[in-house]
Design a protein around this ligand. Structure first.
Ligand SMILES: [Zn+2]
Length: 436
C-alpha cells in the first residue's frame, strides 16, 4: 500500500473523518458557491446545519452535469459552481462533452495534489512499485487523465509516455525499454493482442507483467479479463475515475475483486436507482448508479454528482488489507437498454459472448431496432467470429441461449466475419447510436 495508515483504516473511522470534512465542505459551498447556495435553498435547506451530515446526505438534491453546464456564461465559462478566485486556480482541464463546447474543470494547488494522491493510491493498488517502468498510451491533452499520469511520479515509477494511435511505437518501447507495466484502455489492450498475433510479436513473452486498464468499463469482466491476461501473459487490473470529480478515483488490487476507493477521504460515494434517483444502501451485491461528492475540494466542488456509471458493490474483506466498499463498473447508465422490463448492459452481453472464445473474437455490436432505452425482444446483436472460425448457426443459437439464461434477455445473434467490427485504439462502442 502506498499509504497503509489511510488505506487500511477501519471504514467506520473513515466515515467519521469524512463526516467532519463533509460538514466543512457544505459550509464552504454555502459561503462560496452561487450554484449550491441557491440549489440548496430552493430544496428547503437554508443553512449548512439544515443540510446535516453525511448520514443525511440522501435528502439533498442530486447534481446533473447539464445543470452545471447551463450556468456557464461568457464572464464565467466554468459555471456558477466555481468557488475559487482567479489567483487560486493552478490548472484548468476540460471534458469533451457531447454538446460541442467543453466543460471546464478548475483546480487549486491543493485540489490537484489530492487528485494525484488519490490516483497514486489507486494505481499502486495494482502492485506496481517504485523503480519499475510503466508505458502509457494516453494522449492526456486537455483531459483530467493528465493528472493521473502525475500519479506515476508519486509512486516513483519510471514513466514512458508514448501517446495514442501509434501501435508500432508502443510495441517498440515495450520491446526495447522492457517496462514491467502498461496502462491503456481495455479496448486498446484487446486490439494489441490481435495486432501482436498478426505480426508475430511475442506479447506474452514481453517484459510486461501488469496491465492497468482504465477509461471505459470492461477490465473487470471475468471472461474479457481472462482473454486479455492470456494475450498479454500479464495480470490485468482496472481503475476508474470521472472527469468532473477526479481521475482514477478507484483502483483494483491484485485480488482482482473490484476497485478500492483510492480517493477515500477526498470523495464520498453513494448509490442510487438511476430511474427514480432514490438512494440505495451501499451493501454487498447492491447495484446502481454511482453518485459522488467532493469532501475537501476548493475550486469547483460538486455535491451528489450523478456519474452515469452503473456499478456493483462488494463489501467483504479484501485480502490486501484495504478497507471500505469496492465497485465494479458494468456500464454507463446511458448505454443501458430495457428489454421487456429487464435492464441489460451491452458490456454484460459482451461478457457472456466472450466465454465462447476462441470461436469468437470478443467483439460485439448491439444494434437496437428503435430509438430509446426500451426495446422489444429479440435484441439484435452482431457477434464477430474469430479469425479461423466459420459461420455456424448452431453457435449463434448457443450464444443466444447462454445470453437468455445469464441475463434473462432474448437476443438475435448475427455472426459476422472476423475484422468486420470496428477496433479502437481508445474506447470501443458496444452499441450503435444512430438509432438512439
Ligand atoms: Zn484489495
Amino acid at each position: 500500500m502506498l499509504e497503509p495508515e489511510t488505506e487500511s483504516r477501519p471504514w467506520s473511522e473513515q466515515l467519521a473523518i469524512d463526516d467532519a470534512s463533509y460538514r466543512e465542505q457544505l459550509a464552504y459551498l454555502y459561503s462560496r458557491s452561487t450554484f449550491y447556495r441557491s440549489k440548496l435553498n430552493e430544496a428547503g435547506f437554508a443553512s449548512p446545519d439544515a443540510a446535516g451530515g453525511l448520514a443525511e446526505i440522501a435528502q439533498l438534491p442530486l447534481t446533473e452535469k447539464a445543470e452545471l453546464k447551463a450556468t456557464a456564461v461568457p464572464g464565467n465559462p466554468v459555471g456558477a459552481h466555481l468557488c475559487a478566485d482567479h489567483a487560486e486556480i493552478v490548472r484548468i482541464y476540460s471534458t469533451s462533452g457531447t454538446t460541442g463546447t467543453p466543460s471546464y474543470i478548475p483546480l487549486t494547488a491543493d485540489d490537484l495534489d489530492n487528485w494525484v494522491t488519490g490516483s497514486a493510491r489507486s494505481y499502486a493498488a495494482s502492485g506496481v512499485s517504485a523503480g519499475e517502468r510503466i508505458v502509457s498510451s494516453y494522449n492526456a491533452g486537455p483531459f483530467v487523465a493528465g493528472a493521473a499520469l502525475a500519479a506515476f511520479d508519486r509512486i516513483q515509477l519510471c514513466h514512458i509516455p508514448v501517446g495514442t494511435g501509434n501501435t508500432e511505437r508502443l510495441v517498440l518501447a515495450i520491446d526495447q525499454l522492457q517496462p514491467e507495466a502498461a496502462v491503456l484502455t481495455p479496448s486498446y489492450a484487446a486490439y494489441l493482442v490481435e495486432w501482436a498475433a498478426e505480426r508475430g510479436f511475442d506479447l506474452r513473452g514481453s517484459s510486461v507483467r501488469r496491465v492497468l486498464v482504465a477509461g471505459e468499463p470492461g477490465g473487470g469482466e471475468p471472461a474479457f479479463r481472462a482473454q486479455l491476461e492470456e494475450g498479454w501473459g500479464a495480470r490485468v487490473t482496472e481503475a476508474m475515475g470521472i472527469g468532473d470529480i477526479g481521475p482514477s478515483l478507484w483502483g483494483e488490487c491484485e485480488q482482482q475483486d473490484g476497485m478500492h476507493l483510492g480517493a477515500r477521504g477526498f470523495v464520498h460515494a453513494e448509490l442510487i436507482d438511476p430511474e427514480t434517483g432514490v438512494a440505495l444502501p451501499l451493501e454487498d451485491g447492491a447495484s446502481g448508479e454511482l453518485v459522488l461528492t467532493h469532501l475537501r475540494h476548493h475550486a469547483a466542488p460538486l455535491l451528489r454528482f450523478r456519474t452515469r456509471d452503473h456499478v456493483v458493490v462488494s463489501t467483504g474483506e479484501c485480502h490486501c488489507g484495504r478497507t471500505g466498499p469496492r465497485v465494479r463498473c458494468i456500464g454507463r447508465t446511458d448505454d443501458m437498454l430495457i428489454v421487456r422490463g429487464v435492464n441489460v448492459f451491452p458490456s454484460a452481453i459482451r461478457e457472456v459472448v466472450s466465454a465462447f472464445a476462441p470461436r469468437v473474437s470478443g467483439n460485439i455490436l448491439v444494434t437496437p431496432a428503435t430509438p430509446g432505452a426500451k426495446q422489444d425482444p429479440p435484441l439484435p446483436v452482431a457477434v464477430e467470429l474469430a479469425a479461423d472460425s466459420v459461420d455456424d448457426p448452431a453457435l449463434a443459437t448457443a450464444i443466444a441461449e447462454r445470453v437468455r439464461a445469464a441475463l434473462v434477455v432474448q437476443v438475435r445473434i448475427e455472426l459476422v466475419p472476423w475484422g468486420s467490427l470496428q477496433r479502437s485504439e481508445y474506447k470501443s462502442k458496444l452499441v450503435t447510436t444512430t438509432s438512439r
